[in-house]
Write a protein that binds this ligand. Structure first.
Ligand SMILES: Cc1cc2nc3c(=O)[nH]c(=O)nc-3n(C[C@H](O)[C@H](O)[C@H](O)COP(=O)(O)O)c2cc1C
Length: 153
């Protein structure tokens, strides 16, 4: 069973609700999930952690929401050692915006740059098509952690 840290970035609550459901699904499957509050870069440094799941929306022009932004900024400025982490990102966005899912993609790129291992390309969820991301993201995250996820080709 995996030891998972789950971080969330949300403005209006959709990503928070989605993260809540991801937590419940992983928990039910027997994984250990930590949801730090407040979220800081220190949460990622524990080498006993195997997995990082980030569930975030985008705001502004492809920006990271304020509640996750301190972690994102610390990734860019402090270069923490996080090579022990496997991770994936659930990126909520809206394809009517120019920088579609920009917040989630920015976090994904920062984690990869620091040597964390991307286990699946970000799951992009378009608010134009999906009104309840919490209904699809948890099973997807579970499949990534369980190693049964297959990337679309
Ligand atoms: C002011 C504002 C700016 C947004 N900017 C973007 C954006 O740049 N790119 C994107 O893909 N989605 C953007 N979105 C869409 C949100 O990311 C999307 O609706 C998401 O589901 C909201 O989740 P939340 O309630 O957790 O914040 C924006 C939404 C708002 C209201």
């Amino acid at each position: 069973m995996a030891n998972v840290i789950l971080l969330c970035g949300s403005v209006f609550g959709t990503a928070t609700l989605t993260a809540d459901e991801i937590e419940a699904t992983l928990d039910e499957a027997g994984h250990t999930v930590t949801r730090p509050d407040p979220q800081t870069i220190d949460d990622l440094l524990d080498e006993a952690l195997e997995w990082l799941i980030v569930c975030t929306s985008s705001t502004g022009n492809g920006d990271v929401p304020d509640d996750l932004n301190p972690v994102y900024m610390s990734l860019l400025s402090e270069y923490p050692r996080i090579t022990h982490l496997k991770y994936t990102v659930v990126a909520l966005g809206d394809s009517s915006y120019e920088n579609y899912c920009g917040g989630g993609l920015a976090v994904d790129a920062a984690l990869a740059d620091l040597g964390a291992t991307q286990m699946a390309a970000p799951m992009k969820i378009d608010a134009q098509e999906v009104t309840e991301p919490e209904s699809i993201a948890p099973d997807w995250v579970l499949s990534v952690i369980n190693g049964t996820h297959e990337e679309a080709t």
